[in-house]
Design a protein around this ligand. Structure first.
Ligand code: KIV
Ligand code: ZN
Length: 386
């Protein structure tokens, strides 16, 4: 049996923390429904103490979800944890997700607590959460800049107090795949009760390494990944759920694990989140960008016409993106131009084709994008001039 990687989607919490991306209750419900269709295992619906609106939205998502676990974030404070529980207790499968920072910088500057005081806060917060809910996740905020011995002590305490999932976030996107993987190997190997919890990744993308770091941690024993649709999130965002899922699917040879993600639902999820948040997806974004399955160069287009596996490692259809797009431009060759003419219903003689192809190349030199209308005008003109 291949190991199952739980996908913990935090589009509605960390994703919503992207500037300008906040969602109202009705929008959160629509995204949550699509996340269930996408097959995520856990939906972090919000931060219950943050606002009355967020609390109500978590309650509504909790009531709506049929299958997924629903989580709310909570700081290591009784009031936060009670509020989180009041919101998620309506779910079929509720989870409280509580966190506190463990790096020297955060403990000193942000929390104004000594390391021992933070251990005590972990003890009381996780125990309190576990008294309310059987499913408790504990996160060591800024884990990647924490002292390894102290991090092990904190993790051991959280598990002893009842945490069932341990999340080691790269809060500021500082890790590299080697260091992030090594941290998981170290903690899982050294903490005596590590086998009593599932270890989770949570990567930010400040260095563009969030997905690579996530995959490295999976190889080191993590069995839950935290991610967002389109990679939205604080600053440069979080690891993108669609990239993690497809990397695991396409590279099963080196990542021998599986997720429950329904790949065909990926594009629908991407468009829904982008539409609701107003956060456009960059054209060259992996998996879901408009150009992810577009080919302009003549050499590539010729290969694609012969066999799509020459230049595509997955099909657009497999991620719900529709068809491959052979974009006509100055790099395109005769094969793609001929195919496009066929699609547009033209059957030109060799001479007509030669002239039309030359005129198309001249146009492509002058214009950034060539649309079907340009080809129609160019060929009709050619045929009329006959
Ligand atoms: O990035 C982070 O550390 C977080 C935690 C609250 C899990 O989002
Ligand atoms: Zn985060």
């Amino acid at each position: 049996m291949t190991d199952h990687i739980r996908i913990f989607d935090t589009t509605l919490r960390d994703g919503e923390q992207s500037p300008g991306c906040s969602m109202n209750l009705e929008e959160k419900l629509r995204v949550a429904a699509q996340l269930e269709a996408l097959g995520v295992d856990i939906i972090e619906a919000g931060f219950a103490i943050a606002s009355e609106g967020d609390f109500e939205a978590i309650v509504a998502v909790s009531r709506q979800c049929e299958r997924a676990i629903v989580a709310s974030l909570a700081r290591a404070a009784t009031g936060d944890i009670d509020r989180a529980w009041a919101a998620v207790r309506h779910a079929k499968s509720p989870r409280i997700h509580t966190f506190i920072a463990t790096s020297p910088l955060h403990m000193r500057v942000k929390l104004n607590k000594t390391p021992d005081e933070v251990i005590e806060a972990i003890r009381t917060s996780v125990s309190h959460a576990r008294n309310l809910c059987a499913d408790v996740e504990w996160s060591a905020e800024d884990a990647t800049r924490s002292d390894p011995d102290y991090l092990c002590r904190a993790v051991e305490t959280a598990i002893r107090c009842g945490a069932t999932t341990i999340n080691l976030p790269d809060t500021v996107g500082y890790a590299t795949p080697e260091t992030y993987g090594a941290m998981f190997r170290d903690v899982i190997g050294r903490v005596p009760n590590a086998d009593q919890a599932v270890f989770s990744t949570h990567c930010h993308n400040d260095l563009g390494l969030a997905v690579a770091n996530t995959l490295a941690a999976i190889m080191a024993g993590a069995r839950q990944c935290e991610a967002t649709v389109n990679g939205i999130g604080e600053r440069a965002g979080n690891a993108a759920v669609e990239e993690i899922a497809m990397a695991i699917r396409v590279r099963g040879d080196v990542l021998p694990v599986q997720t429950g993600i329904v790949a065909k639902e990926i594009t629908r999820a991407s468009r829904l989140v982008s539409g609701i948040t107003g956060m456009a997806v960059q054209a060259n974004k992996a998996i879901v960008g408009a150009n992810a399955f577009a080919h302009e160069s003549g050499i590539h287009q010729d290969g694609m016409i012969k066999d799509s596996s020459t230049y595509e490692i997955m099909t657009p259809d497999s991620v719900g993106q529709g068809a491959t797009n052979l974009v006509l431009g100055k790099h395109s060759g005769r094969a793609a131009f001929k195919q496009k003419l066929g699609e547009l219903g033209y059957d030109l003689s060799d001479n007509e084709f030669g002239d039309a192809f030359k005129r198309f190349k001249d146009l492509a030199d002058a214009k950034k994008a060539i649309w079907d209308e340009d080809i129609v005008a160019l060929v009709d003109d050619e045929v009329l001039r006959g």
